[in-house]
Design a protein around this ligand. Structure first.
Ligand SMILES: O=C(O)c1cccc(C(=O)CC[C@H]2O[C@@H](n3cnc4c(=O)[nH]cnc43)[C@H](O)[C@@H]2O)c1
Length: 232
């Protein structure tokens, strides 16, 4: 398969081929169990519990990619949805995977790694992949949206932080803690990456009573089941 300017393999418009060997990376075992429920025994898909946060995700994903050759990596889990962009129960497909707190604090505000000239804190996901996934999930009757997904090391817990992140990344749809770590490990080997988040809570003031983790996990399982028909 030819590679695009992002260095990842792409399917040409006539070759909607499915991945031959897929690594799905979750943070915790409850997410892995949801993915396994959706997979219904697909033998070419491995599901890794990498741990919570970008560092654990990157290290665990890199170790798995060093052991086995994959042609697609998926960061999958629950996430927070930005108000007005992704409500609780929605599935978010990342168009960009952005490490939202990788950079420097300045008097003028946050300065990202890209602006500092020390590399990149954001990966674009192959457009064709985003479109195929989003359309398939929507066709299955599941609420879905595509947009930037932020990776943070500290879960947002106030309205002011949520507003600041939403202003800094126009269109930000969801927040998680692992996507950029998974994407870094995949990109280092030129492997296409996808991030999907089933929304369990609203990004903002901490309200654990408002979490809908079980509902989000069921949406994750249903989404994986759809993906198995399209790309997995
Ligand atoms: O204690 C809290 O206020 C709190 C609020 C939301 C999430 C957490 C977690 O510790 C979950 C971390 C775990 O789940 C993913 N996740 C789910 N919701 C979010 C979120 O709003 N922001 C970031 N990550 C979220 C995350 O990928 C982790 O794997 C605690």
């Amino acid at each position: 398969m030819k590679r695009n300017e992002e260095g990842t393999s792409v399917s040409d418009k006539n070759n909607q081929s499915r991945a031959k060997r897929v690594l799905v990376v979750t943070a915790v075992s409850a997410e892995r169990e949801a993915v396994m429920r959706g997979l219904k025994g697909a033998s070419h898909v491995d599901v890794l519990v990498a741990g919570v946060g970008p560092v654990a995700a990157a290290a665990s994903t890199a170790a798995a990619l060093a052991r086995t050759e994959y042609d697609l990596v998926v960061s999958a889990g629950i996430g927070g949805g930005f108000a007005g962009r992704a409500e609780v129960g929605t599935l978010v497909v990342a168009e960009e995977i952005i490490c939202a707190d990788l950079g420097a604090e300045t008097e003028e505000g946050f300065c990202g790694l890209d602006e500092l000239g020390f590399g990149t804190a954001r990966f674009r996901v192959e457009k064709g992949l985003v479109l195929r996934v989003t359309e398939a999930v929507r066709a299955a009757g599941l609420p879905v949206t595509a947009g930037p997904v932020l990776t943070v090391s500290t879960v947002t817990g106030t309205a002011s932080t949520a507003a600041r992140l939403a202003a800094r990344v126009p269109g930000a749809a969801a927040e998680g803690m692992e996507g950029f770590g998974v994407a870094t490990a995949a990109r280092n080997r030129g492997i296409p990456v996808l991030e999907i988040r089933a929304i369990s809570n609203v990004v903002g003031p901490r309200d654990r009573s408002a979490w809908r983790i079980d509902e989000a996990l069921e949406k994750l399982a249903a989404t994986i089941s759809v993906l198995q028909e399209v790309i997995l």
